[in-house]
Design a binder for this molecule. Structure first.
Ligand code: AMP
Length: 210
């Protein structure tokens, strides 16, 4: 199972990718998480990425592609993977095609109100566990259920940066919907509703297809 999750910021890609990875026992490869981990460790790659991320811009294609190429070469990716947040541009999609075959691209469709609400309510712990103040609050306010770390709002979930990320999505990532449709890889799924509802729709659609 070699999957790509596509959709605007706040569509639920990270949440659903984690569920898919557990169900199909494949690695969840999230380029945003990889950049945040590098930034937290202060590596040269992390410092380079952070400048772009904090303003809501995309990291340059060649940087992302090199990182994904390395990750897909690791042994655990041989049985399959779910890519979350990659590709985000047509050149990235073309590079991915050179690296590996893809079985399906799940496009999570959500309306603008839901995107805004999900992003405004998102809180994350430093280890990457993600909550939503309204739809998926932690048991103890402000504290991660899993590891007890304090929850914070991602720098790029603040309203002015969210607007820039949405512009980047419209301009650079949305063309991938057509791109993968033309390649007959696109599986469109309605991304509103509960995590379980959306997950059920995705797995039904994938199993009907593969
Ligand atoms: P995400 O966690 O997927 O929302 O990604 C957070 C940020 O990481 C994005 O706003 C970009 O700055 C950067 N990023 C993640 N994936 C990519 C990608 N495939 N191409 C370019 N930038 C990316």
């Amino acid at each position: 199972m070699r999957l790509v999750l596509l959709g605007p910021p706040g569509a639920g890609k990270g949440t659903q990718a984690a569920r898919l990875a557990a169900k199909y026992r494949i690695p969840h490869i999230a380029t945003g998480d990889m950049f945040r981990a590098h930034a937290a460790r202060g590596t040269p790659l992390g410092r380079q990425a952070k400048g772009h991320m904090d303003s809501g811009a995309l990291v340059p294609d060649e940087v992302v592609i090199a990182m994904v190429r390395e990750r897909l070469a690791e042994p655990d990716a041989r049985r399959g993977f779910v890519l979350d947040g990659f590709p985000r541009t047509v050149p990235q999609a073309e590079a991915l095609e050179e690296l590996t075959e893809i079985d399906a691209v799940v496009n999570l469709q959500v309306g603008p109100e839901v995107i805004i609400e999900r992003q405004a309510g998102r809180r994350s712990c430093p280890r990457g566990h993600v909550y939503n103040l309204r739809t998926h609050p932690p048991r103890r306010p402000g504290v991660c259920d899993v590891d007890g770390e304090p929850l914070v709002q991602r720098e790029d979930d603040k309203p002015e940066v969210v607007r820039q990320r949405l512009r980047e999505y419209e301009e650079k990532t949305k063309p991938l919907v057509d791109y993968y449709h033309r390649k007959s890889l696109l599986v469109t799924v309605h991304g509103e509703g509960s995590v379980d509802e959306v997950f059920y729709r995705i797995t039904e659609a994938l199993e009907a297809r593969l």
